[in-house]
Design a protein around this ligand. Structure first.
Ligand code: XIL
Length: 417
């Protein structure tokens, strides 16, 4: 019997297929090779579907995924999986400025995939991502710094009015009282926004200077033109826009990455959000929560994750693990069974740490960045990088990480955490 046939038989008989269980005639490497596509991640360690569903693992932790609107429209397996597994969805790219305001003043809200999916799938929550970012910008914004200013306007004024119009218009669209996209209480399905995304660099300084790499500016045009007040302005505009629509519940987040590897950045984020928390509009703080992206890898230190969660929780704000994925080979580790074991363990650890250190009333939930390795933004970033960072594999089979994550959400938390 070939390894391939044995694999298929085990799956069809509902047996577990573990890397450790190998037909005597096959070496571990051969099995792995047979189960792998060119990029080495296909079907590795797929386990039989036991009917476990993440959204029901723990009523106190909402589980979301970043979703791709094209796949939702075209791939039935993907769509069914999203429907089944999650109770919150973040648009991976669909609500970035490049898509919502492709031309100046020309807002495009015609793609209703996200809203329809949320509605069709039992009124799932939508987490808006993202109003202000240095990336995901339309060309007309990217090129603005080199254009002639309208008479009597400074660059700062010009960008400020672009910022405020974008935020006002986008929030109003999803908060429209006449919208059909409502939950059972008549409230908008979109309940939260990443208002500002990634304003700080790894040193905890504001992203500023233009620095183009792979066609993307690592600096922020918002900072260069408006100054650091753009962050506070953006939150104020967002709160004002929500209140103007009669939405007093919209949750406003500052979203970023690196809390777990840069102490300086963690500290700067803490200071920034604490300052934003002091600023109110209509008697309400302009910020409600912190998005901790957690694009981590199997080597990320648990102590650092724990420390970051504790520090962010101490702000009293809501905490959203907003973009979780756990990559196998960053930086440059070889793909191996040991790496997959480390990955599954880390998924469990993150869920346990979140539950242990973030009280239920401060949890906005955990959102996975992408559903499977097939749609992951990481797996295909280059020919050499094999991240396989998700809970589902290239065929949307459940990886061991899926079950461990489920357990991490569900089981009693050992004292060791
Ligand atoms: C990524 C998407 O996944 C990609 O498809 C896109 O090409 C670039 O953006 N931090 C964020 C997300 O806040 O918006 C990014 O999403 C991943 C990193």
């Amino acid at each position: 019997m070939t390894c391939e046939k044995e694999f298929i038989m085990k799956i069809s008989m509902g047996f577990l297929v573990l890397t450790g269980i190998v037909h005597p005639g096959c070496s571990k490497d051969a099995l792995q090779k047979e189960l792998s596509k060119d990029n080495g991640v296909k079907n590795v360690q797929v386990l039989a579907d036991t009917g476990k569903v993440l959204q029901f693992a723990n009523p106190n932790v909402i589980i979301g995924a970043a979703v791709n609107v094209k796949l939702l429209a075209t791939d039935g397996i993907y769509r069914d999986l999203v429907k089944k597994q999650y109770n919150s969805i973040s648009p991976e790219n669909a609500m970035k400025m490049i898509n919502l305001q492709p031309q100046e003043g020309n807002f495009d809200f015609s793609d209703k995939t996200i809203e329809n999916v949320a509605l069709d799938f039992g009124k799932k929550r939508i987490h808006g991502h993202t109003l202000v970012w240095h990336r995901g910008l339309p060309n007309w914004v990217k090129n603005l710094e080199t254009t002639t200013l309208p008479n009597g306007t400074t660059r700062a004024q010009q960008m400020d009015s672009i910022l405020s119009r974008h935020i006002r218009t986008v929030i109003a669209n999803y908060d429209n009282p006449a919208s059909i996209y409502k939950d059972n209480n008549g409230k908008p399905l979109l309940k939260s926004w990443d208002v500002v995304n990634e304003a700080l660099d790894d040193n905890g300084d504001y992203r500023a200077t233009q620095n183009i790499s792979n066609g993307e500016d690592k600096g922020s045009i918002w900072y260069r033109t408006i100054g650091k007040s753009y962050v506070q302005k953006a939150f104020t505009y967002a709160r004002k826009a929500a209140e103007a629509q009669g939405d007093t519940d919209l949750k406003l987040f500052y979203n970023d990455y690196g809390h777990e590897y840069s102490a300086k950045k963690l500290d700067s984020i803490y200071k920034m959000v604490m300052a934003l928390k002091q600023i109110t509009f209509n008697g309400k703080p302009i910020i409600d929560g912190i998005g901790m992206q957690f694009h981590i890898n199997i080597n990320t230190s648990l102590a650092n994750i724990k420390n970051a969660l504790i520090k962010m929780k101490s702000t009293g704000l809501l905490i959203h693990i907003a973009e979780l994925d756990i990559s196998l080979n960053k930086p440059g580790l070889p793909f191996s069974a040991a790496a997959l074991d480390a990955q599954k363990q880390k998924y469990k650890d993150v869920a346990m740490l979140y539950r242990k250190y973030v009280p239920a009333n401060q949890r906005w939930g955990i959102t996975l960045w992408n559903v499977g390795d097939k749609d992951s933004w990481l797996t295909y970033t280059s020919n050499t990088q094999v991240d396989a960072a998700c809970l589902f594999d290239l065929d949307y089979g459940q990886k061991p990480a899926f079950f461990q994550f489920y357990d991490g959400l569900n089981l009693d938390i050992p004292a060791s955490y």
